[in-house]
Ligand binder design. Structure first.
Ligand code: ZN
Length: 118
């Protein structure tokens, strides 16, 4: 293995560890945010609904096409309103999605390094 490839391999391992740690921490942040929500909303089966879970269940009908769709991010934030816990949870969900994408890229890169070395 060329020295340059060795450096890249070690960097990929470090990035892998960093993204994996981020994903775990963001999972905790999501959990904490949802736990902190003081919503009194209830679902059809009497289960607690956070402002976020309610917003994620909502759908709207497009005027022009009549199509049903889920809310866009800005609409979700609007639906959440002032609950800082649900806002934090939603932001953490977005950040975790991004971190998962990054982790996927690193995994693919590690695969490339592995196949090149094998
Ligand atoms: Zn809330």
């Amino acid at each position: 293995m060329k020295q340059n490839d060795q450096v890249k391999a070690v960097q990929a391992c470090a990035a892998y560890a960093r993204h994996a740690a981020d994903i775990k921490a963001l999972g905790n942040a999501i959990h904490e945010g949802l736990e902190g929500c003081r919503s009194k909303l209830r679902g059809d089966n009497g289960e607690k609904l956070t402002h976020l879970s309610k917003a994620l269940r909502e759908s709207v009908t497009e005027d022009e096409t009549g199509e049903h769709r889920r809310l866009y991010d800005d609409e979700i934030l609007k639906a959440i309103g002032r609950c800082s816990h649900c806002r934090a949870a939603f932001n953490a969900i977005k950040a975790r999605k991004s971190a998962r994408r990054s982790l996927g890229q690193v995994k693919r890169f590690i695969g490339v390094i592995g196949r090149r070395t094998a």
